[in-house]
Design a protein around this ligand. Structure first.
Ligand SMILES: *[C@@H]1O[C@H](CO)[C@@H](O)[C@H](O)[C@H]1NC(C)=O
Ligand SMILES: *[C@@H]1O[C@H](CO)[C@@H](O)[C@H](O)[C@H]1NC(C)=O
Ligand SMILES: *[C@@H]1O[C@H](CO)[C@@H](O)[C@H](O)[C@H]1NC(C)=O
Ligand SMILES: *[C@@H]1O[C@H](CO)[C@@H](O)[C@H](O)[C@H]1NC(C)=O
Ligand SMILES: *[C@@H]1O[C@H](CO)[C@@H](O)[C@H](O)[C@H]1NC(C)=O
Ligand SMILES: *[C@@H]1O[C@H](CO)[C@@H](O)[C@H](O)[C@H]1NC(C)=O
Ligand SMILES: *[C@@H]1O[C@H](CO)[C@@H](O)[C@H](O)[C@H]1NC(C)=O
Ligand SMILES: *[C@@H]1O[C@H](CO)[C@@H](O)[C@H](O)[C@H]1NC(C)=O
Ligand SMILES: *[C@@H]1O[C@H](CO)[C@@H](O)[C@H](O)[C@H]1NC(C)=O
Ligand SMILES: *[C@@H]1O[C@H](CO)[C@@H](O)[C@H](O)[C@H]1NC(C)=O
Ligand SMILES: *[C@@H]1O[C@H](CO)[C@@H](O)[C@H](O)[C@H]1NC(C)=O
Ligand SMILES: *[C@@H]1O[C@H](CO)[C@@H](O)[C@H](O)[C@H]1NC(C)=O
Ligand SMILES: [Zn+2]
Length: 670
C-alpha cells in the first residue's frame, strides 16, 4: 500500500470513532478509535531510541460504543512508511522481526460517574500484538498504519527528531524539585534572603542561572499529571499516563507488558558506558527515581522497581542494564527482607552480591570509598525533612524508621546536599573519561505541599537550592563545571502562592473563625519577611541574623510571629493557624469514626488555634493535589542556549539527550 493512499483512505474512515467524550473515565487514553497503536499518533523519538510497539483492536460488547461483532478480528496488518521514502512495508519486514503472536484479553471501564455509581461497566474484548525493542534511525516523519476488522484503519504519525549525534556535554546533572513552581521559589526566596527597601541582598542559586525556560506538563491523556507520568516525559521524550513509568499504558491486566520506551539513563549507559547516579529524598522506589530504569504501568510495583534499578528489565527483550553507580535515598522497606521487598528477598544482599558498597547512615556516607558502586538507604519510607533534621531534631526519633528494618529510629540521615556531593565524588572517580548522568530529586517539596505543610515544603526547596550551589562549587573544584550541563526543573506544580502575612498571636487570641481571619494582612499590611530576622535588635544582614547559613541562606527564624499568609488552590477540609508544625509533618485531614473510611474531615488536633477552611476537593481526598501550571527549567553549561523559551516536558529529554550525543542514526544490533 502506498503512503499517499493510506492517508487518503483515513479521511473516509472513522465510522467507528468514539461516541463517548473521554473525560473522567476513558476506555483507553490515546485510543479514541477501536484500533490502537502505541506509541500513538504525535509520538516523537530520538534517532535510535529503543521502543516497543503494541497494537490493540477493541470490540466493545455493550455500552454506547457497542459494535456488532462478538470478537475483535485477530487478522491485523501493520505497516510503517517513511514520508518521502519507500512504500509502506509490513512492520515485520521493516524491523526484520517475526510476526508476533496474537494475545487476547478483555477489560471493563465506566463511561461516567453515573455508570460507576450504578456499577454498570462497559465490557471490551481485545486482540493484540506486541513488537519488542525496535528503533527508528533516520530523522523524519513516519506513518504507522493498523488495518483491522475488514479494512478499518488507525494511523499514527511519528516524528524521529533531527538531533545530531555529536556529543557536546560530558556530564549531566539533573535536579528535580518535585512539584516545584516559580511561586514556591519566590516564597522560598522571601523566607531566606534579606532585602533592603525592596532589593534582595542575596539571591537563590536558581536565580543565578543564565537560561530560564518553561515546560508544559500536559500528559498524553489528561491535562494534570502525576510524577510517574511526568518523569517518563522528562527521561524518555514520550508523554505517558498517570501512574505509568517508562511505558505507554495498554489495556492488558499485567502492568509489566505495556510497551516500553528507553530512558536517558539506559541510553547513556548503553551508548557511552558512562555512570548513572540516582539520588532522592523520597523512598527510592518512588516515581521520580523509579522512572530512570523501571518500565511498568503501575508505579506502585515498588519491589519490581528496586529490582529494575539493579538488573533492568528481565522478562521482556529489552536493553542491557548493569545498575547505577550510585543509588541514594529512603525506602528501606523495599530492601530488608519483608513483604515489601521483591519476592521477599534481601535487596541489601542482592546489591552487595552485585559488587555494591551498602551504607545505611550519614556517617558511613561521609567516609565511603569513591571507587565503588554504592547503595545508600537511610530510612524506612521518605527521608526526614530539612526542618526536622536541622531544627526540630526530636522529630527524628521515630521507632521503626531505621534502614535495617529493626525497631530503631533513623537519626543519622544525610540531606540532599550530602547525598548529591557524595554521588558526584563517586561518579567522577569511577567515570573520569566517560562522564556521568546524575538525577537528584528534592522529593518532599511535593510531599509537604500535598499535606499543606508549607514550612517544610519551602525549606526542602531551599535545601535543593543549597545543593545546587554546592554542586556547582564541587564541579568547579574538579574542573568539570564547563563539561557539565546542569538542568534544574520540576515535574508538575501545586497551586501554591503567598498572598500576605499573618499575625499569629492576634489570630490565636481571637474567639471566632471570622475574627481570626482579621489576623491576615494583605497589600501594605503584609509588611516584611520576619523569617530572615533571628535577632530583631541586630543590624539587618548581620551574621546574628543568619543562623543556618553554611554559606547559603535558610530562614534565620522558622517560627516568627508574623508568618506567610500562603496556601494552595485545592485542599481537603483543614484548619489554618499559619504556624510552623513543630511536632513533625502536618496531617491536615482525617477520616472520622462513624463515617466512611474515605470521608475526610478537618484533623481535630491540627492547628486548634486556627480557623476552619472547608475543602474544595472530593471528600475522599486527605491531601492537596497537583496543578496545571507550567514549571521552570533553569539551565547552565553546554547547550544552555537550547533551553530558553516555552517548550514541552518531552523537549527536556530531547535537549538533554541531544547535548549528550545519544542519537544513533545508523542501525545497531538489537
Ligand atoms: C486478513 O486481512 C486482509 C486485509 O486486511 C485480507 O486480505 C485477508 O483476507 C484477511 N485474512 C483472513 C483470514 O481473514
Ligand atoms: C475475560 O477474560 C478472562 C481472563 O482474563 C476470562 O476468564 C473470561 O472468560 C473472559 N470473558 C469473556 C466474556 O471473554
Ligand atoms: C456489560 O456487560 C458486563 C458483563 O456482562 C456487565 O457486567 C455490565 O453491567 C454491562 N454493562 C452495561 C453498561 O450494560
Ligand atoms: C505528520 O505530522 C507532521 C507534524 O505535525 C506534519 O507536518 C505532517 O504533515 C503529518 N503527516 C501526515 C501524513 O499527517
Ligand atoms: C518475571 O517473571 C517471573 C516469572 O513469571 C515472575 O515471577 C517475576 O515476578 C517477573 N519479574 C518482574 C520484575 O516482574
Ligand atoms: C548484553 O550484555 C551481555 C553480558 O554483558 C552480553 O553478552 C550481550 O551481548 C549484551 N547484549 C547487547 C545487545 O548488548
Ligand atoms: C552507621 O553505619 C555503620 C555501618 O556502616 C555502623 O557501624 C554505625 O554504627 C552506624 N551509625 C549509626 C549512628 O547508626
Ligand atoms: C572522595 O573524594 C573527595 C573529593 O574528591 C575526597 O575529599 C575524599 O577524601 C574522597 N574520599 C575517599 C574515601 O577517598
Ligand atoms: C522490636 O519490638 C518488638 C515488639 O515491640 C519486640 O518484640 C522485639 O523484641 C523488638 N526487637 C528488638 C531488636 O528490639
Ligand atoms: C480511617 O480509614 C482507615 C482505612 O483507610 C481505617 O483503618 C481507620 O479505622 C479509619 N479511621 C477512623 C477514625 O475511622
Ligand atoms: C498552630 O498549630 C500548630 C499545629 O497544630 C501548633 O504546632 C502551633 O503551636 C499552633 N500555633 C499557635 C500559635 O497556637
Ligand atoms: C463548612 O461547611 C459546612 C457544611 O459542610 C458548614 O456547615 C460550615 O459552616 C462551613 N464552615 C465554614 C467555616 O465555612
Ligand atoms: Zn505529588
Amino acid at each position: 500500500m502506498k503512503f499517499s493512499n493510506t492517508v487518503a483512505k483515513c479521511v473516509a474512515c472513522g465510522f467507528l470513532a468514539s461516541r463517548v467524550a473521554a473525560q473522567t473515565f476513558q476506555r483507553l487514553g490515546t485510543c479514541p478509535q477501536l484500533g490502537c497503536i502505541f506509541p500513538p499518533d504525535q509520538a516523537d523519538f530520538l534517532p535510535g531510541q529503543w521502543f516497543d510497539i503494541r497494537l490493540e483492536v477493541h470490540a466493545p460488547q455493550n455500552g454506547s460504543e457497542r459494535v456488532p461483532y462478538a470478537n475483535p478480528d485477530g487478522n491485523f496488518t501493520f505497516t510503517i512508511a517513511k514520508e518521502g521514502g519507500a512504500a509502506a512495508q509490513p512492520a515485520t519486514q521493516y524491523f526484520k522481526l517475526q510476526e508476533p503472536k496474537l494475545e487476547t484479553w478483555n477489560f471493563t471501564w465506566y463511561e461516567d460517574l453515573f455508570a460507576s455509581e450504578a456499577d454498570t461497566p462497559s465490557f471490551v474484548k481485545v486482540a493484540s500484538k506486541a513488537y519488542r525493542k525496535v528503533a527508528l534511525y533516520e530523522p523524519g516523519q513516519y506513518i504507522a498504519t493498523l488495518t483491522y476488522q475488514d479494512g478499518e484503519t488507525t494511523q499514527a504519525n511519528w516524528t524521529v527528531r533531527d538531533i545530531p549525534t555529536k556529543r557536546r556535554a560530558k556530564n549531566t546533572v539533573m535536579f528535580i524539585g518535585d512539584g516545584m513552581t516559580t511561586n514556591m521559589i519566590t516564597a522560598a526566596r522571601l523566607i531566606a534572603h534579606q532585602q533592603i527597601n525592596g532589593k534582595y541582598q542575596s539571591l537563590m542559586a536558581m536565580d543565578q542561572f543564565p537560561v530560564l525556560g518553561h515546560q508544559m506538563t500536559h500528559s498524553i491523556d489528561s491535562f494534570i499529571t502525576d510524577s510517574a507520568n511526568s518523569a517518563t516525559a522528562l527521561y524518555t521524550g514520550h508523554k505517558s499516563t498517570v501512574n505509568a513509568l517508562g511505558v505507554y499504558a495498554d489495556s492488558s491486566k499485567s502492568p509489566a507488558d505495556d510497551p516500553k520506551v528507553a530512558t536517558i539513563a539506559e541510553l547513556f549507559h548503553e551508548i557511552h558506558g558512562g555512570g548513572v547516579g540516582i539520588v532522592s529524598t523520597a523512598f527510592i522506589a518512588d516515581a521520580t527515581p523509579a522512572a530512570l530504569t523501571a518500565h511498568t504501568r503501575n508505579r506502585g510495583q515498588y519491589g519490581e522497581v528496586v529490582d529494575s534499578f539493579l538488573r533492568g528489565i528481565q522478562n521482556y527483550t529489552w536493553v542491557n542494564w548493569t545498575g547505577p553507580d550510585v543509588l541514594f535515598g529512603g525506602g528501606a522497606e523495599q530492601f530488608y527482607p519483608n513483604k515489601g521487598s521483591f519476592q521477599g528477598k534481601d535487596y541489601y544482599a542482592e546489591f552487595a552480591n552485585a559488587g555494591y558498597n551498602v551504607i545505611l547512615n550519614n556517617t558511613a556516607l561521609q567516609t565511603a570509598s569513591n571507587d565503588s558502586k554504592t547503595l545508600g538507604i537511610f530510612s524506612v519510607s521518605n527521608m526526614a525533612k530539612w526542618l526536622d533534621r536541622e531544627v526540630y531534631t526530636e522529630n527524628l526519633d521515630i521507632a521503626e524508621t531505621a534502614p535495617d528494618g529493626g525497631n530503631g529510629s533513623a537519626t543519622d540521615q544525610p540531606g540532599l546536599k550530602e547525598m548529591t556531593l557524595k554521588a558526584l565524588e563517586i561518579l567522577h572517580t569511577r567515570n573520569p573519561e566517560k562522564g556521568f548522568f546524575l538525577m537528584s530529586e528534592a522529593a518532599s517539596v511535593d510531599k509537604m505541599m500535598h499535606v499543606l505543610d508549607y514550612d517544610r515544603a519551602l525549606t526542602e526547596l531551599l535545601e535543593l537550592d543549597d545543593t545546587i550551589k554546592a554542586t556547582k562549587a564541587y564541579l568547579e573544584s574538579i574542573g568539570e563545571l564547563e563539561n557539565t550541563q546542569i538542568v534544574v526543573t520540576a515535574d508538575h506544580g501545586h497551586g501554591f502562592d503567598v498572598m500576605g502575612s499573618v499575625d499569629t498571636q492576634y489570630l490565636a487570641a481571637q474567639e471566632t473563625d471570622r475574627e481570626k481571619r482579621n489576623a491576615v494582612g494583605v497589600y501594605e499590611q503584609s509588611g516584611l519577611s520576619q523569617y530572615v530576622v533571628a535577632n530583631t535588635s541586630a543590624p539587618v544582614g548581620s551574621d546574628q541574623n543568619l543562623v543556618y547559613t553554611e554559606g547559603v541562606n535558610f530562614p534565620a527564624n522558622v517560627d516568627p510571629r508574623y508568618t506567610l499568609f500562603s496556601g494552595v488552590a485545592a485542599f481537603p477540609d483543614h484548619r489554618e493557624n499559619y504556624t510552623v508544625h513543630k511536632r513533625g509533618p502536618r496531617i491536615p485531614a482525617l477520616n472520622v469514626t462513624g463515617f466512611d473510611e474515605d470521608d475526610y474531615y478537618v484533623n481535630y488536633i491540627d492547628a486548634v488555634t486556627g480557623f476552619i477552611v472547608n475543602g474544595t476537593l472530593p471528600v475522599s481526598a486527605d491531601q492537596g493535589v497537583h496543578s496545571l501550571t507550567d514549571v521552570p527549567v533553569f539551565t547552565q553549561g553546554p547547550c544552555q542556549a537550547d533551553f530558553g523559551g516555552v517548550f514541552n516536558s518531552i523537549d527536556v529529554f530531547y535537549k538533554m539527550a541531544g547535548c549528550l550525543g545519544l542519537s544513533r542514526t545508523s542501525p545497531v544490533a538489537r
